[in-house]
Design a protein around this ligand. Structure first.
Ligand SMILES: Cc1cc2nc3c(=O)[nH]c(=O)nc-3n(C[C@H](O)[C@H](O)[C@H](O)COP(=O)(O)O)c2cc1C
Length: 393
C-alpha cells in the first residue's frame, strides 16, 4: 500500500516544513515506482524517501520526527557543516581497514546500530531483519528495551554478542531482572539511556498521526513489549525521573556487563560518568527526541572527548547520514558512531535487504572519505584531519 500521495498532500498543507519534509521536495514523486530493488538506492536520503512512502504515516511520524519544532533534530544535521575534512595526499591508500574494537566488541565497521524501539512498526522483519543485516555486514548492534522482538531471538539472529539498551523503569526490581535477562542472552554491555527523564512533546508526530486513517487499537491492544514479559509493570514508568549518578554503581553490583551511559552532551557529565565508574559513554540527544533547541551532537563531541581524556570509549550518535559524517566524528575522537533512523528507513523500505543496503552505502562512503583524506585505518583518523572552527577544547 502506498501512503505517498496522502503524505505529500499533508506536506503541502503543513505550515512547518521540517528537516525530513524539506528533503521530500527534492525527491521525485515517482521514486518508489522506479526503485524496486534496494541496490538502486544511491544514498540514505533516497532510502528515507522510500521509507516515507512505504511506512504508514503514524509509524513514519514516530520514526522520523523530533520534538516541538524539530530544532534539535535539525541541529544534528547542521552540526556537521561546522567541521571540514583536511585531506592529506600521496599516501598509499590501496588498503583501507575500517575495523574497530570497542569494549571487546570486534566489528568490521565503526558504524554501530543504535537502539531503536518498535521495529515491527516499520517492517515485519523487525529486529530480526536488522540483526541478520548487522551479521551479514559485520556491524555491532544495540537492542532497545522497547524492542518488538525478544532479546534472546535477536541475539541468536545476530550470532555475536549484542549490547542491551536499558530503560530502567521506576522499579529497581525490574531493572535487576532486565539486566539478568540481557546478560543471560549474551549481552556484554548495558547502555543506560539517561536523556528521557520526563515526557516528550512530539508535535510533528501528532500531525502525522492525524493523517493515518487506520484504527490504532486494531493492532495496539496494550500488550507489553517482550522485554517487560514477567515484570510487574502495573503503574510503572518507562524511565525513572529520580535517577542520579549512583545508579552506575548500583548496576555494577548486579551485573558483570559493561555499563555505558547513553545521552551525555556536556563535559561536566562526561567527567561524572567516568568518576562514577562508567565503562563507556554515548554522546546522544536521542536523535533530537529529547531536549529541544539543543546542540548537534557532533558539536558536543569535542568537549566530551576532552573531559574523558581517553579513559573510556566515547561513542556518538545523532544525525549521521554520510560516510563523511562518520569520518569527522572519528577525527574528533569518537571510538565508534551510532546510526539510528537510517537503517530503519532501509528496514521500512525493503526489510532486511534495505538495512543491508544502507550499511553498504554508508560503509562505501566512509571508505571513500578515508581514501580521499589519506587515512588507512580508523586509528589513523585523528584531529589532524578535521578543521574544527574553534570547537576543540
Ligand atoms: C523511532 C526511534 C526510537 C528510538 N528508540 C530508542 C530506544 O528505545 N532507546 C534509546 O536509548 N534510544 C532510542 N532512540 C534513539 C537512538 O538510539 C539514537 O540515539 C538516535 O536515533 C540517533 O539519531 P539518528 O536517528 O539521527 O541516527 C530512538 C530513536 C528513534 C528515531
Amino acid at each position: 500500500m502506498t501512503y505517498r500521495r496522502q503524505f505529500l498532500k499533508y506536506l503541502a498543507a503543513s505550515p512547518l516544513l521540517t528537516s525530513y519534509s524539506a528533503f521530500a521536495q527534492e525527491v521525485e514523486e515517482t521514486l518508489g515506482e522506479r526503485l524496486t530493488d534496494p541496490r538502486d538506492v544511491i544514498n540514505v536520503f533516497e532510502m528515507e524517501a522510500l521509507a516515507r512512502e512505504r511506512i504508514p504515516p503514524a509509524h513514519f511520524g514516530y520514526l522520523a520526527t523530533g520534538v516541538d519544532s524539530d530544532e534539535t533534530l535539525q541541529a544534528n544535521r547542521d552540526g556537521f557543516s561546522r567541521f571540514q575534512i583536511k585531506p592529506r595526499r600521496l599516501v598509499d591508500v590501496s588498503e583501507v581497514d575500517t575495523t574497530v574494537n570497542v569494549l571487546g566488541v570486534q566489528a568490521d565497521s565503526p558504524i554501530f546500530l543504535c537502539p531503536v524501539g518498535s521495529q515491527g512498526a516499520y517492517h515485519s522483519d523487525a529486529e530480526l531483519g536488522t540483526a541478520r543485516a548487522a551479521a551479514a555486514k559485520g556491524h555491532h548492534m544495540i537492542l532497545s528495551t522497547q524492542s518488538s522482538t525478544r532479546i534472546e531471538d535477536v541475539a541468536e539472529a545476530r550470532g555475536a554478542p549484542i549490547w542491551h539498551q536499558l530503560y530502567s523503569t521506576d522499579r529497581w526490581e525490574n531493572t535487576v531482572l532486565m539486566l539478568q535477562r540481557a546478560e543471560a542472552a549474551g549481552a556484554t554491555a548495558v547502555c543506560l539511556t539517561i536523556d528521557l527523564p520526563g515526557r516528550r512533546n512530539t508535535e510533528t508526530q501528532s500531525r502525522l498521526f492525524r493523517e493515518d486513517d487506520r484504527n490504532c487499537l486494531d493492532c495496539h491492544r496494550g500488550q507489553a513489549k517482550p522485554m517487560f514479559e514477567g515484570l510487574d509493570m502495573r503503574g510503572a514508568r518507562l524511565t525513572d525521573p529520580s535517577l542520579t549518578w549512583d545508579v552506575i554503581g548500583r548496576m555494577k553490583q548486579v551485573t558483570d556487563m559493561n555499563v555505558i551511559i547513553k545521552g551525555i552532551e556536556v563535559a561536566e557529565d562526561a567527567a561524572l560518568a567516568v568518576e562514577y565508574g562508567a565503562d563507556g559513554i554515548i554522546v546522544s540527544n536521542h536523535g533530537g527526541r529529547s531536549v529541544e533547541t539543543g546542540r548537534g551532537t557532533i558539536e558536543c563531541l569535542p568537549e566530551v572527548v576532552a573531559a574523558v581524556s581517553g579513559r573510556i570509549p566515547v561513542i556518538v550518535d545523532g544525525g549521521f547520514r554520510r560516510g563523511t559524517d562518520v569520518f569527522k566524528a572519528l577525527a574528533l575522537g569518537a571510538s565508534a558512531v551510532g546510526f539510528g533512523r537510517p537503517y530503519c528507513f532501509g528496514l521500512g523500505a525493503f526489510g532486511q535487504a534495505g538495512v543491508e543496503r544502507v550499511l553498504d552505502l554508508v560503509n562505501r562512503e566512509l571508505v571513500i572519505a578515508m581514501r580521499g583524506s589519506g587515512t588507512t585505518s580508523v586509528n589513523n583518523i585523528t584531529y589532524d584531519y578535521v578543521h574544527d572552527n574553534g570547537y576543540r577544547v
